[in-house]
Design a protein around this ligand. Structure first.
Ligand code: NAD
Length: 441
C-alpha cells in the first residue's frame, strides 16, 4: 500500500474480507497470537499511550494505566486464559423423534469483518477492548478511533499496524465524513460506543445491510443514598467515581437522590472527600483531568449555576478546567438534570424517600448504571426488582465494569448488547446450531 494515498473504505473492507475468506483469522492460534502482540504493544508502548492520553484529556499517568492500559491488558489476559473453554461447542439434548444416534450442538462461528467505532473519553480502552473480543472471536476488524482524542488516535494508528496482522486489522482515523463513508460499507457487525444521537445514525446505516449492532450509549446514571448509609464512606466512593477523568465517564454517578436531611449531611462529607482527593486547589493537582474541548467546557460551564454550590464551582476556559463541583438544592427541571452531565458536576436532588426515588428513576430513561448506598437488604432488593438499568452497583460506583465475567452494556436509551470477557465472544460470533445424524441405518 502507498502511504501517501489513503485506502478508500470500500477497498479496506474488501481487503479484510478477502483475508477472512482465506480462513486465516479462524484458527485459535491466530487469535491468541494477535492478542499476544497487542499485549506486547501495550507493555512496550504504555508510556506513549499515557502521554497521548495526557495530551488529550490531562489524564495522569496513574489514571491512564489504571483505566486504559492496564485495564486492557487485564482483558487480554482474561481472554487468553479462558478462550479455549469459551469456544467449546455445547451439546444440546436431542428429541426422541430423531433417534438415539442423533447428536446436536452449538458452535461459535466468527461473523466476518466487523467495525468498532470508539469515543473520546477512554479513547484507548473503548477502542481496544471491543477489538480484543472481535479478534478473539476470529474476525477481521476495522477500528475507528475518536477524532476528538487526536493524540491517542494518532498513537493507535501508528502502533496497531506495527503489531497486528494488517491484512485483517485496519485503523481508519477521522471524523464524521470518514465514519459516514465507513458506515456505507457492508459489515458483519458494528460495535459503536458514544452518544444516542449518533447511535441512531449508526443503526440506520446498519439497517441498509441488515448488519447487527451493539450500541454502548450513555445517559444519566442515578445514585440513591439511603438515610442509614455511612456517609463518610459514601462520599469518598462517590467522589472517586464521579471525578475520575473529570467526570467524563459513561458510568459516572450523574446525580444523587436522597432525603433532605441525609442530603445536608452528605454535602459536608462530599466537600471533605473532594478536598482529600485533590487538595484545596484541585487545579494544581496532577491527578485531576481536564475537559476534552471548548465545546464541552462551554456546555458544562452553563450547568454550574443549576443549584447552590457546595464545593467547587470554579472554571478556567484556557486550561479547560472545571472544578470538581457539588450542587445542592437542585430542581429536577433545571438544566443540569435535563441532559447527561458527562463532566465534574454532581447535583443532589432530594426526594422524601425510597418510593419517590424509585418513581424518579422510572420516570426517566433507563440508565446505563444505577448505584445504591444502603445498609438495608430490603431496599437493595426493592431497587433491583423495581428498576431497570444496564448495571447495578451496591456500595461502589464504576467497579462492576472491571469484573470481566460480567456483561457490560445498557438497556433502552443506554444501549443494546453487551461485551467484556465471554460476552464479547457472544457479541462477535454467530452461535451456529448443528445437528448430526449418521448415514448408517
Ligand atoms: P464522540 O464524539 O467521540 O463520538 C463517538 C464516535 O462517533 C466517534 O468515533 C465519532 O467519530 C463518531 N461520530 C460522531 N458523529 C458522527 C456522525 N454524525 N456519523 C457517524 N459517526 C459519528 O463521543 P461522544 O458521543 O461524545 O461520547 C460520549 C457519549 O458516549 C456519552 O453519552 C457517554 O455516556 C457515551 N459513552 C458510553 C460508553 C459505554 O460504554 N456505554 C462509554 C463511553 C462513552
Amino acid at each position: 500500500m502507498n502511504d501517501r494515498t489513503p485506502e478508500q473504505p470500500a477497498d479496506t473492507v474488501a481487503r479484510l474480507r478477502a483475508t477472512f475468506r482465506t480462513g486465516r483469522t479462524k484458527p485459535v492460534e491466530w487469535r491468541t497470537d494477535q492478542l499476544d502482540r497487542l499485549r506486547e504493544m501495550l507493555t512496550t508502548h504504555g508510556a506513549d499511550l499515557a502521554a497521548a492520553l495526557h495530551a488529550d484529556l490531562g489524564k495522569s499517568s496513574t489514571e491512564a494505566y489504571r483505566t486504559e492500559i492496564d485495564f486492557t491488558v487485564r482483558e487480554i489476559d482474561h481472554t487468553l486464559s479462558h478462550l479455549g473453554t469459551w469456544l467449546r461447542p455445547e451439546s444440546a439434548p436431542v428429541p426422541p423423534h430423531l433417534g438415539d444416534d442423533a447428536t446436536a450442538w452449538t458452535q461459535y462461528d466468527p461473523l466476518g469483518v466487523v467495525l468498532v467505532i470508539a469515543p473520546w473519553n477512554y479513547p484507548a480502552q473503548l477502542l481496544l477492548t471491543p477489538m480484543i473480543g472481535a479478534l478473539a472471536a476470529g474476525n477481521a476488524v476495522v477500528v475507528k478511533p475518536s477524532e476528538l482524542a487526536p493524540a491517542t488516535s494518532a498513537v493507535l494508528a501508528r502502533l496497531l499496524p506495527q503489531y497486528l496482522d494488517t491484512d485483517a486489522v485496519a485503523v481508519v482515523e477521522g471524523g464524521i465524513p470518514e465514519t459516514t463513508a465507513l458506515l456505507a460499507e457492508r459489515f458483519d457487525h458494528i460495535f459503536y460506543t458514544g452518544n444516542g444521537v449518533v447511535g441512531r445514525i449508526v443503526m440506520r446505516a446498519a439497517a441498509e445491510h441488515l448488519t447487527p449492532v451493539t450500541l454502548e450509549l450513555g445517559g444519566k446514571s442515578p445514585v440513591f443514598v439511603d438515610r442509614d448509609a455511612d456517609l463518610a464512606v459514601v462520599a469518598d466512593r462517590l467522589a472517586r467515581g464521579k471525578f475520575l477523568n473529570a467526570g467524563q465517564t459513561c458510568v459516572a454517578p450523574d446525580y444523587v437522590l436522597t432525603d433532605p436531611e441525609t442530603g445536608r449531611a452528605l454535602e459536608t462529607e462530599l466537600a471533605r472527600a473532594v478536598s482529600s482527593l485533590y487538595g484545596p486547589e484541585p487545579e494544581t493537582s496532577g491527578e485531576y483531568g481536564r475537559i476534552v474541548n471548548e465545546r464541552h467546557f462551554d456546555r458544562l460551564s452553563g450547568l454550574l449555576d443549576s443549584g447552590r454550590v457546595v464545593t467547587g464551582g470554579g472554571s478556567d476556559r484556557t486550561a479547560k478546567y472545571i472544578a470538581p463541583t457539588v450542587l445542592a438544592d437542585v430542581d429536577p427541571e433545571s438544566p443540569v438534570m435535563r441532559e447527561e452531565i458527562f463532566g465534574p458536576i454532581l447535583p443532589i436532588v432530594t426526594v422524601p424517600g425510597l418510593d419517590e426515588a424509585i418513581d424518579f428513576i422510572n420516570d426517566r430513561d433507563k440508565p446505563l448504571a444505577l448505584y445504591v448506598f444502603t445498609a438495608s437488604g430490603t431496599t437493595r432488593q426493592r431497587i433491583a426488582a423495581e428498576t431497570s438499568s444496564g448495571g447495578l452497583g451496591y456500595g461502589l460506583p464504576l467497579a462492576h465494569l472491571t469484573v470481566s465475567d460480567l456483561p457490560f452494556g445498557g438497556v433502552g436509551e443506554s444501549g443494546m448488547g453487551n461485551y467484556h470477557g465471554r460476552y464479547s465472544i457472544e457479541t462477535f460470533s454467530h452461535r451456529k446450531a448443528v445437528l448430526e445424524k449418521p448415514l448408517s441405518v
